[in-house]
Design a protein around this ligand. Structure first.
Ligand code: PLP
Length: 482
C-alpha cells in the first residue's frame, strides 16, 4: 500500500498551476480600474458553491476554476478605486504575495525561537517609534482594531482592579466605569461587555458640532461618577471616528486622565496612520501619551486583511490579563522555547498566523514616506469631493470633512427629511448595484447620508467626479418614484 499524503504525485503541474494563479492575480489587479466596484452574486454561483462536501476531491485545477468563476468576481470590492465603504484598505499585489510566502512557511507564530518572533518584534518596534511610545513598552499583532481594543481595555481593567482576571468582577464594592465619545466604535461597546464591566458602565460623552468629544463634559462625568462611588478606570479617545473622521482632543484627554489617574486608551484604527503625514501629524498630538493604542495595518496602510496592533505602555499591565501557565507550554532553557518572547501571553490567541510577515514585507517594500503622502492625498481628495458637493444646489454635506470621510446627500427643495432619506437610500443601493461606486451609509442626526471613506491608494479625482455625476443623475431620475 502506498502511504497517504496530501502532497501531489505531479509537482510539475502543481508548479504550473501556481504560476497561473499568480499570473491571474496580477492581470486582475492591473485591470481593476475597468471592473465593477461591486457586483451582486448570481444565484448560479451560490448554487454551485453549495455542493456537498466531496468524498473524493475535485483536484486543484477544478477548485481553481470554481474560484475564478464563482468566488473571485464577487468581492466586497476593497481593491477597487471607487470602493469607499466603511473603512477598508485597498491592499497591494505584493502584500498578496507576502501572504503566500507566509502560508508556505505555515508557521505557528506564537513566539519562541523562530524568525517570525524577530519579524513581529521588529514590526512592534517600528510601531512604537512611529507612534512615540517608549522602547520598553509592549505590543502584539492581532486580527484588527476590534481585538486590539479588547486587549487594551483588558489591561486597563486589570490595572484598576487587579483581582478581575482571578476572581471576576463579582465584588459589589467595585463598579468600574469607562468613558468615550458618542461616536466611539461599537467594538469598544463589545469589549466592555465581554470584559464583564457592563455596557451601561461605558459613559457616552457628548460631542460638539464637529463630532469631537467635549472634554469638559468628560471631566464632569468622571467627577460625578467618583462622587457616586464608581471607579472610573479608562477613557477611550478616538483618533478618526468611523462616521466622520473626527479626532478627539487627545492631548487634553491625556491631561484629564493624568489628573484623575485613569488609563488612557486610543482607538486609532485608521487615524493613527496620520502620524506618518507631516502635514497632518499635529492633529493626533497626545496619542503618544496614551497607556495603550489600537490601530490597523489593513486600513490606511493597505496590508492585506487582516492585521491590527495594540501597544501597551507597561509590559506588566499588558501581561496581567493573559498570564496563565500550562505544563505543556513550559519553556526550556534552550531550543525552540529558549527565547522568552511568547505572544500568546499578550492576547487571546495561542495558535497565530504569521501576520507580521505581510506587514514587515509591505512596509519594507514601500517605506514610511509614501504612506504619509497617501494619507495626505486621500485627505485632499475628501476636501476636493466636499468642494464639488458644496458647489451644487442638488447636493449637500451632512457633516464637516476634517479628514478622509465625506458624508453627503442628494437634496431637492420641498421634500421632507423622510422622503429625502428614502431617496438617498435608493440612490446608494443603485450606485452599488450598478457597480459604478461602492460607498456605504450612516445616519447623522435624522439624516441618512451617503458616506465616502477614502482609504484607497487607487482613487483618482476622476473617480470622485464620476461619483458626483452618478449621484446627481440617479437623484434626478428617481425623484418621481419616491
Ligand atoms: C475599523 C475600526 C475599528 C475596528 O477595527 P477592525 O479592524 O475592523 O476590527 C475600530 N475603531 C475604529 C475607529 C475603526 O475605524
Amino acid at each position: 500500500m502506498t502511504p497517504e499524503t496530501l502532497d501531489p504525485d505531479d509537482w510539475e503541474s502543481l508548479r504550473r498551476l501556481g504560476h497561473a494563479m499568480v499570473d491571474d492575480l496580477v492581470r486582475w489587479h492591473r485591470g481593476i480600474h475597468s471592473t465593477s466596484a461591486w457586483r451582486p452574486m448570481p444565484e448560479d454561483s451560490r448554487r454551485r458553491l453549495g455542493i456537498e462536501f466531496p468524498a473524493n476531491g475535485l483536484g486543484a485545477q477544478e477548485a481553481f476554476e470554481c474560484f475564478l468563476r464563482d468566488i473571485r468576481p464577487f468581492p466586497l470590492g476593497n481593491v477597487h478605486p471607487r470602493a469607499w465603504g466603511w473603512v477598508n484598505g485597498t491592499g497591494t499585489t505584493i502584500g498578496a504575495f507576502a501572504e503566500l510566502l507566509a502560508a508556505g512557511m505555515n508557521t505557528n507564530a506564537w513566539g519562541g525561537h523562530q524568525a517570525s518572533t524577530v519579524v513581529e518584534q521588529q514590526v512592534i518596534r517600528w510601531s512604537k517609534q512611529v507612534l512615540g511610545f517608549p522602547a520598553e513598552s509592549s505590543g502584539v499583532l492581532v486580527s484588527g482594531a476590534s481585538t486590539a481594543n479588547l486587549v487594551g481595555l483588558a489591561a486597563a481593567r486589570d490595572r484598576a482592579y487587579s483581582d478581575a482576571s482571578e476572581n471576576g468582577l463579582a465584588s459589589p464594592s467595585v463598579q468600574l466605569t469607562a468613558y468615550a465619545s458618542e461616536q466611539v466604535h461599537n467594538s469598544v461597546d463589545k469589549a466592555i461587555g465581554l470584559l464583564g464591566i457592563g455596557r451601561r458602565q461605558l459613559r457616552k460623552i457628548p460631542t460638539d458640532s464637529t463630532y469631537v468629544m467635549d472634554v469638559n463634559a468628560l471631566h464632569a462625568a468622571i467627577l460625578r461618577d467618583k462622587d457616586e462611588g464608581h471607579t472610573p478606570f479608562c477613557v477611550i479617545g478616538t483618533a478618526g471616528t468611523v462616521n466622520t473622521g473626527a479626532i478627539d482632543p487627545l492631548d487634553r484627554i491625556a491631561e484629564v486622565c493624568r489628573d484623575e489617574k485613569i488609563w488612557f486608551h486610543v482607538d486609532g484604527a485608521f487615524g493613527a496612520a496620520t502620524v506618518l503625514a507631516p502635514a497632518l501629524h499635529d492633529r493626533v498630538r497626545g496619542i503618544e501619551q496614551s497607556d495603550s493604542i489600537a490601530f490597523d495595518f489593513h486600513k490606511w496602510l493597505h496590508v492585506p486583511y487582516s492585521v491590527g496592533c495594540v501597544l501597551v505602555r507597561s509590559v506588566d499591565d499588558h501581561r496581567r490579563p493573559f498570564s496563565t501557565t500550562a505544563s505543556y507550554l513550559e519553556p526550556l532553557d534552550r531550543g525552540i522555547t529558549g527565547w522568552e518572547q511568547n505572544f500568546a501571553l499578550l492576547g487571546t490567541e495561542l495558535s497565530r498566523p504569521f501576520r507580521a510577515l505581510k506587514v514587515w514585507f509591505v512596509l519594507n517594500v514601500y517605506g514610511t514616506a509614501v504612506y504619509g503622502r497617501l494619507v495626505e492625498q486621500n485627505v485632499r481628495q475628501a476636501a476636493r469631493l466636499a468642494e464639488m458637493i458644496t458647489e451644487r444646489d442638488d447636493l449637500e454635506l451632512v457633516a464637516p470633512v476634517p479628514m478622509n470621510i465625506v458624508c453627503f446627500r442628494y437634496r431637492r427643495r420641498g421634500i421632507d427629511t423622510n422622503k429625502l432619506n428614502k431617496l438617498n437610500r435608493e440612490i446608494l443601493m443603485q450606485l452599488q448595484e450598478s457597480g459604478v461606486a461602492a460607498p456605504s451609509s450612516t445616519v447623522l442626526g435624522d439624516c441618512f447620508a451617503i458616506r465616502v471613506a477614502i482609504t484607497n491608494h487607487r482613487t483618482r479625482t476622476s473617480d470622485l467626479k464620476m461619483l458626483v455625476d452618478e449621484v446627481v443623475r440617479l437623484g434626478g431620475s428617481l425623484q418621481q418614484s419616491v
